[in-house]
Write a protein that binds this ligand. Structure first.
Ligand SMILES: Cc1ncc(C[n+]2csc(CCOP(=O)(O)OP(=O)(O)O)c2C)c(N)n1
Ligand SMILES: [Mg+2]
Length: 324
């Protein structure tokens, strides 16, 4: 089925927004006023956008250390995200969490953490609670290929399959865990989405650079989950452009080939989609330029808001650490 132009425009604007926000944050990072570690998702935007555009308002999201795309695609507040990166009390985690601990419950973004794989069982717990309380909500969790090497991944999928829980597992397979490529971590014959099937979880793999394909796959998975078919895992093939953590390109380290990066950039999810929409007269070059400038301005305002906010007081240190 062909995706309508309103939807395509929304996909484009959401991806562009995440891309430009991160490009701007890369620039601001050099000022050294943002002191938390930051894992940028430049190159991976089509996955959070394709998934989140298929969700309903009652569905919840959990994220991981590479959280900005998930938070923004879900509708998280930009000013509060930037203030969090600057460690200010107006931040979405009161300035105490930083980039890896974003949260915005007003849009059902239940949180991100720095511990690889640890939001997977939490999202399964959310789904278990939803089922027990007969709430019509799907629990979505984003994680990387590296997270599938943790015991928590297997235990969580097993429990979700056993109880037919309404969970949507989204694995962003960007081929690397820090500096280690998949081939030194997992047998070549293994496919993550097939591992899910062997644990009793329906699954598929999708081109994570193709926002429409991600959206179609997500919508179909969510339909099944809502009908009570149990959990689903979507493996989206994607690629990060910058270093694992930080604002720089790390190609000189030699753990991945320059040609590989160039190859992925040729199929850039945002630029390729922009070219396609211009070719098909959905948008013009001028429209794209104006949209980009609008976002740059929005980031500038968010940075000003962050910088003019206070740091949290020392007596707030132990607050919000445990649930009441
Ligand atoms: C339990 C645990 N082990 C190791 C780390 C260190 N670490 C942080 S991110 C990361 C890589 C995770 O790779 P992946 O899940 O593929 O996500 P990506 O960074 O590629 O998006 C590692 C090993 C950690 N934070 N938590
Ligand atoms: Mg990875």
């Amino acid at each position: 089925m062909r995706t309508g132009n309103n939807k395509r425009l929304a996909f484009y604007l959401e991806m562009l927004r995440i891309r430009v926000i991160e490009e701007e944050l890369v620039r601001y990072y050099a000022e050294q006023e943002m002191r938390c570690p930051v894992h940028f998702c430049i190159g991976q935007e089509a996955v959070p956008v394709g998934v989140c555009q298929a969700l309903g308002g009652a569905d919840t999201i959990m994220s991981n250390h590479r959280s900005h795309g998930h938070y923004l695609a879900r509708g998280g507040d930009l000013r509060r995200m930037v203030a969090e990166l600057y460690g200010r009390e107006t931040g979405c985690a009161s300035g105490k969490g930083g980039s890896m601990h974003l949260i915005d419950r007003s849009v059902n973004f239940l949180g991100a953490t720095s511990i690889v794989a640890d939001t997977i069982p939490i999202a399964v717990g959310v789904a278990f609670a939803n089922k027990l309380r007969r709430r019509k909500s799907v629990s979505v969790v984003f994680f990387g290929d590296g997270a599938t090497e943790e015991g928590l991944f297997y235990e969580s999928l097993n429990f979700a399959a056993l109880h037919r829980l309404p969970v949507f597992f989204v694995c962003e397979n960007n081929l690397y865990s820090v500096y280690s490529p998949l081939n030194v971590r997992q047998p070549a014959s293994r496919n993550i989405y097939k591992v899910a099937r062997s644990l009793g979880v329906e699954s598929s793999r999708v081109n994570g650079n193709d926002v429409e394909a991600v959206n179609r796959a997500s919508a179909s998975a969510l339909r099944g989950i809502r009908r009570g078919r149990g959990p689903y895992l979507l493996e989206a093939m994607t690629y990060r452009y910058l270093e694992h953590c930080g604002p720089n390109c790390d190609i000189e380290l030699g753990y991945r080939a320059k040609e590989e990066l160039e190859q992925w950039k040729k199929a850039d999810p945002v630029a390729a989609y922009e070219r396609k929409l211009i070719r098909e007269s959905v948008i013009s070059k001028d429209y794209a330029l104006k949209a980009r400038n609008r976002i740059i301005k929005e980031v500038g305002e968010a940075v000003r808001y962050a910088k003019s906010s206070a740091y949290p007081e020392a007596d707030r240190l132990m607050m919000d650490v445990y649930a009441q």
